[in-house]
Design a protein around this ligand. Structure first.
Ligand SMILES: Cc1cc2nc3c(=O)[nH]c(=O)nc-3n(C[C@H](O)[C@H](O)[C@H](O)COP(=O)(O)OP(=O)(O)OC[C@H]3O[C@@H](n4cnc5c(N)ncnc54)[C@H](O)[C@@H]3O)c2cc1C
Length: 455
């Protein structure tokens, strides 16, 4: 669709969050209405969300998508406001008052709960905390991980768990050229962890890994991958499902598991053991984790896990729960507490009674939940903007004072970071990295980021 608005009608739209969904929403907006002024509001001084703080440091190719985001940000109609947090520096009402529409793309920054006793013990963490820590997220640098025990347990069998496994088993030599923080490399180089147990609630045919990630674990140079024989169950229902085209990638995973076999290769320094059909019931220890007790499960015909009554206990000193990220509610934005998402219909935010909130939209993980790859957010944002386009005549009715948004930030003395400011931080990170042979040395301290931006 071409720009149907004349200059007088120029829209000003706020996009909250500068992860993939925020950038793709901006791209789709500008494609539909090239004259639209887009204010991207980001709580951190640095952009890109989980592309910077989630995607694994040893997968640099995936971060090349940043070049696409740079092109979007460099459009003269796009203004980046880093270091501005919705609900802290600015309220949703202020954003609504100063924009024709607000698109909420603020991702999922919390964890699904394991809901068992013992999660307050030292040594228990969510995979999200660990991932954010080694990726240099300023909000995760206070976490302390105890790598002194030889056994670690990861609860959950998805791609985030696979990332965690690689980071725990790769050598310093393999990580030192990536953008993992130097602090993480130093601590991981002292790690005594040798055996990782990676646990799934259901069977091998229900694991959530992609075959690419599992194959990569199988290729780790100094790590033996093997499966627990007792829990490796593929029954006739599984076999039937796995033969369907929709299950082709899972079938590949299952075949890779089979190739791993049941035996640990003790010549290798590390091992990853895949255990299936186990649900954690208790994390045990005095002040820190000593072991975790699991219930053995069987699968019902509709592939639900049900307890058998048999239990197993695994000794460990560190446990990462990797059962999913979770979105957080923000004041005065309708929220589905069960799904952890903003209530919406094809991106249009609606309240609990189903009434549309005019001018409020959402996209990405906070819209649909924490699933899908970077590219999934493009289609998701396109859907949201298609919805917005349908509402355009209503949105145009609103009168917005020029500079109203910036004036609020100035009145609140909010030090916002422009894209040029971010580029200064970016340059220094790349320069600091190159001195020590890394692609980038991330700055992990917000004050330091701000002082670079102020220069
Ligand atoms: C560990 C991990 C590894 C992954 N690896 C891959 C991979 O290898 N390949 C792949 O394709 N996908 C990968 N993904 C998935 C991909 O990262 C997500 O699909 C994508 O980042 C979701 O985009 P989003 O914009 O919805 O959320 P996010 O990327 O989380 O972006 C949300 C943004 O909103 C900001 N924000 C939050 N709250 C506020 C607020 N109150 N005010 C202002 N701003 C706010 C955040 O700081 C953040 O910048 C991975 C995900 C994780 C967790």
């Amino acid at each position: 669709m071409s720009d149907s608005l004349n200059h007088k009608d120029k829209l000003t739209i706020a996009v909250v969050g500068s992860g993939p969904s925020g950038f793709y929403a901006t791209e789709a907006l500008l494609k539909n209405f090239p004259n639209t002024s887009v204010n991207i509001i980001e709580k951190l001084p640095v952009p890109f969300g989980l592309v910077r703080f989630g995607v694994a440091p040893d997968h640099p190719k995936l971060k090349q998508v940043i070049m696409v985001y740079n092109r979007i940000a460099e459009n003269p109609n796009v203004n980046f406001f880093g270091n501005v947090e919705l609900d802290k520096d600015i309220t949703i009402e202020e954003l609504q008052r100063t924009h024709h529409a607000v698109i909420l793309c603020y991702g999922a920054r919390s964890d699904r709960d394991l809901n068992i006793p013992g999660t307050s013990l030292k040594g228990y963490h969510s995979a999200r905390e660990f991932v954010a820590w080694y990726n240099g997220d300023p909000e995760a640098q206070h976490h302390k991980f105890d790598f002194s025990h030889k056994n670690a347990v990861i609860i959950g069998q998805g791609n985030v768990a696979a990332d965690v496994c690689r980071i725990l088993t790769k050598s310093v030599d393999e990580l030192k050229k990536t953008d993992i923080t130097t602090q993480a490399i130093e601590q991981l180089s002292e790690s005594k962890i040798r055996n990782i147990h990676i646990i799934g609630r259901r069977g091998p045919a229900q694991a959530k890994f992609s075959s690419k990630e599992i194959r990569e674990l199988g290729e780790l140079s100094n790590c033996s991958n093997f499966i627990e024989q007792q829990s490796y169950v593929i029954d006739d229902i599984d076999k039937n499902q796995l033969s369907a085209p929709a299950f082709a990638d899972i079938a590949k995973c299952v075949s890779i598991f089979k190739d791993f076999g049941y035996k640990k290769d003790s010549k290798k320094q590390h091992s990853i053991e895949y255990k299936f059909l186990l649900s954690p019931i208790k994390i045990c220890g005095d002040s820190k984790i000593e072991s975790i007790t699991f219930m053995r499960n069987r699968l019902t015909d509709n592939r639900k896990a049900e307890p058998t009554g048999d239990t197993i206990t695994i000794d460990c000193g560190l446990c990462f729960s990797s059962i999913g990220y979770r979105g957080q509610a923000i004041n005065n934005i309708p929220f589905d507490d069960v799904k952890g998402t903003i209530i919406n219909d094809k991106g249009r935010v609606i309240n609990k009674q189903g009434t549309v909130i005019t001018g409020l939209y959402t996209s990405g993980w906070i819209k649909r939940g924490p699933s899908g790859i970077i590219g999934t957010n493009r289609a998701d944002s396109v859907e949201t903007i298609e919805t917005l386009v349908k509402d355009i005549e209503t949105l145009k009715q609103k009168t917005i004072e020029e500079n109203a948004f910036i004036n609020i930030l100035k009145a609140k003395k909010c030090r916002y970071i422009s894209y040029e400011d971010w580029k200064k931080i970016d340059d220094i990170e790349i320069k600091n990295g190159s001195i020590i042979g890394k692609s980038r040395e991330k700055i992990t301290d917000i004050d330091k980021m701000l002082s670079i931006a102020n220069k």
